[in-house]
Design a binder for this molecule. Structure first.
Ligand code: NAD
Ligand code: WQD
Length: 354
């Protein structure tokens, strides 16, 4: 385990660090004593998130407004700011949009990652922690899901995650074949359903337009921006007929990244590590709504409508491998998730200012 004084000598490049999960991870990396540098093209985020990370931590954050697919720029950044490891969040993440614009998703997520990896390789930085997703399990045959379940993508977004996982595994395999001196090491983190916000209420999820995801939709109904929640499907084979998911507090998720970075720096290089990041507990849509109403004292008008195409009935993690190998487990419960999501939304009804 790295101690704080050692962490201060390690510099982490955070791609997509201005985004929802990236900004929370910047806070936790800085709190753990790491140096960081952020690269983000702000295609789905605002620079204000970085300013607020600086305010929360009292630390300055070197920031580059750049696209990971801009090879010359990535080279310049890695030359001027040598780093030890990359935590790679940058990517587009809207499932529906990926079905309409698959080329955009393959270009941004897959080609962007290829270019990032080429420049990391050139700079001899061969350590990456990658934001994967439970979406790589597709429609699981049973729950809870362990890391060795069959992988399957059900939309172009999910396929970008699957392809990137395979590309990163190939880098490690190639270096093993060559018996490279400084081989690639990769940690694939498969997130379940990240929700909530930092306890300060100053950073959180700031979706563009009408949210696709459940929690920001609920908080926008609560704040009066949307009239009612449409619950997609009341006839699933679940305890109350609504879909069940493994919601995980974004601060717990961010802390898992710190553990993953620390573990990778302590491990023998040349390996692939894969972890589910969830709580291991599934909540139905109705249970999340009831928890929100109970904790925040606001009624959420709801209507049960037809199922959303592509949704599965139940999806939750077996997170025991992350507990055993990273010494990480989620500490926050559904009450913290809904309270913190609401604190962020109610204090920032319009999200971050431009
Ligand atoms: P987000 O959109 O808030 O953050 C992604 C960040 O990456 C944004 O700041 C965006 O501006 C930046 N970005 C996108 N493309 C870029 C590029 N080409 N170059 C530079 N910057 C770029 O999303 P998030 O929820 O914080 O997700 C972070 C990562 O985690 C993504 O890779 C996402 O696919 C993955 N993930 C998210 C969820 C979720 O539900 N939020 C679940 C599983 C996995
Ligand atoms: C949760 C539950 C919906 C909105 C998505 C991506 C996945 C991952 C996380 C990145 C489901 C129901 C939702 C609404 C509803 N992202 N719901 N009314 O679909 O589990 O996962 O985000 O990797 O790839 O697919 O999350 O928050 O959209 O839905 O009833 O307005 O809430 O049907 O049961 P999902 P979600």
């Amino acid at each position: 385990m790295l101690i704080k004084s050692e962490a201060s000598k390690v510099r982490v490049l955070v791609t997509g660090g201005a985004g929802y999960i990236g900004s929370h991870t910047c806070v936790e990396l800085l709190n753990a004593g790491f140096e960081i540098v952020v690269v983000d093209n702000l295609s789905n985020s605002k620079i204000e998130a970085i300013r607020r990370v600086e305010r929360i931590t009292g630390r300055q954050v070197p920031f580059f407004l750049a696209d990971i697919g801009d090879q010359a720029e990535m080279r310049r950044i890695l030359e001027s700011f040598p780093v030890d490891i990359v935590v790679h969040f940058a990517g587009l993440k809207a499932v529906g949009e990926s079905c309409e614009k698959p080329l955009l998703y393959y270009q941004n997520n897959v080609t962007g990652t290829l270019i990032l990896c080429e420049e990391m390789d050139r700079a001899e930085v061969r350590k990456m922690v990658f934001s994967s997703s439970a979406t790589v399990y597709g429609d699981p045959h049973t729950v809870p899901i362990t890391e060795d379940f069959p992988l399957q993508a059900t939309n172009p977004y999910g396929r970008t995650k699957l392809f990137i996982e395979e590309i990163l595994k190939d880098l490690v395999a190639a270096d093993r074949l060559k018996q490279a001196d400084e081989p690639w090491t990769v940690t694939l983190l498969r997130y379940f359903n990240p929700v909530g916000a930092h306890q300060s209420g100053t950073i959180g999820e700031d979706p563009n337009g009408v949210p696709n995801n459940l929690m920001p939709y609920i908080t926008q109904v609560a704040v009066g921006k949307l009239a009612k929640l449409r619950i997609f499907g009341g006839d699933y084979p679940t305890r109350d007929g609504t879909g069940v998911r493994d919601y995980i507090h974004v601060v717990d998720l961010a802390r898992a990244h710190v553990k993953a970075v620390e573990a990778q720096l302590d491990q023998e290089p040349g390996q692939v590590f894969t972890y589910n990041l969830g709580t291991g507990t599934g909540y139905s849509v109705l249970e999340v709504v009831r928890a929100f109403e109970a904790q925040c004292g606001i009624t959420i008008p709801c209507e049960i409508v037809g199922r959303r195409p592509g949704d599965v009935a139940e999806c939750y993690a077996d997170p025991s491998l992350a507990r055993q190998e990273l010494g990480w487990q989620a500490e926050k419960g559904i009450g913290d998730m809904v309270r913190d999501a609401w604190r962020w939304q109610s204090r920032n009804p319009e999200g971050y200012p431009d």
